[in-house]
Design a protein around this ligand. Sequence first.
Ligand code: G
Ligand code: G
Ligand code: MN
Ligand code: NA
Length: 254
Amino acid sequence: LRLEQELRVALRDGTIDIHLQPLVDLPTETPVSFEALVRWHLADSGMVPADRLIAMAEETGLIVPLGDHVLRRACDAMHRIRTEVGLPMSVAVNTSVIQLLQPAFVSTVLTTLAETNLPAEALVLEVTESLLLDEDGVALSALTALRHAGVGVSLDDFGTGYSSLSHLGTFPLDELKLDRRLVATANDSVAGAAVLGGIVRIAETIGLRVVAEGLEVAADAQRVRAAGVQLGQGWHFARPMPVEDAVAWLRARF
Ligand code: G
Ligand code: G
Ligand code: MN
Ligand code: NA
């Protein structure tokens, strides 16, 4: 309860931040995008783990103002990168199904893009298969409307939990993010590698971009690249970092 009250204060004061982690084109190792990850540092107890923060925010409904705040920060950061560094990159923002179910969600996203001077094509929303909780199709309609406006949609954590291949044919998607456990399985066994290769081919056939997450060392990147995965993300390339550091990291490369 104390944490919930502190979150209300933090949202009011704007003290919640984001870190950015690059997604790179695997053949060339060129950064093409950044994922925004929420970061909340408390003076007395240090960093609140993001998964714990998100779970608490979802339970209390604070995920809606928190999500709005993260979206705004992410769009501001990407506008800065596109103008200061001069690269046409995009930013990916994790989005809870609770946000997608809000009637105002589509207009909130479009307003945020307009107010931060960011084209819709520069934003990707990362959603998970918890979308299945949405029996009335409200969340899917919101995603469809945003895609028509040019916003990208990515299915995060694919290959674990409730993943089903049938979702690939029914969700309005542009991108598939392969969970690092799926990537690890592909490293460990012939069968796992076959599953990865099969998913990559399915994605290609239906026109989905594929990102492999959790690439920790060069060998991870090499293996997924050999399997035909186009984009990679993970500690091998860079850890999530403050916006200021992400700008410097890019400048050192261009
Ligand atoms: O870096 P990491 O520990 O931040 O992230 C932990 C978990 O929290 C991941 O599952 C990630 O998707 C989720 N997460 C991080 N930032 C956000 C956010 O802004 N919104 C939502 N909904 N989830 C987030
Ligand atoms: O659920 P989602 O995929 O949005 O969250 C990604 C999580 O993975 C975040 O907590 C992020 O900090 C973490 N992460 C990013 N790169 C790596 C990596 O190379 N290895 C591991 N183990 N975690 C990573
Ligand atoms: Mn994600
Ligand atoms: Na993921």
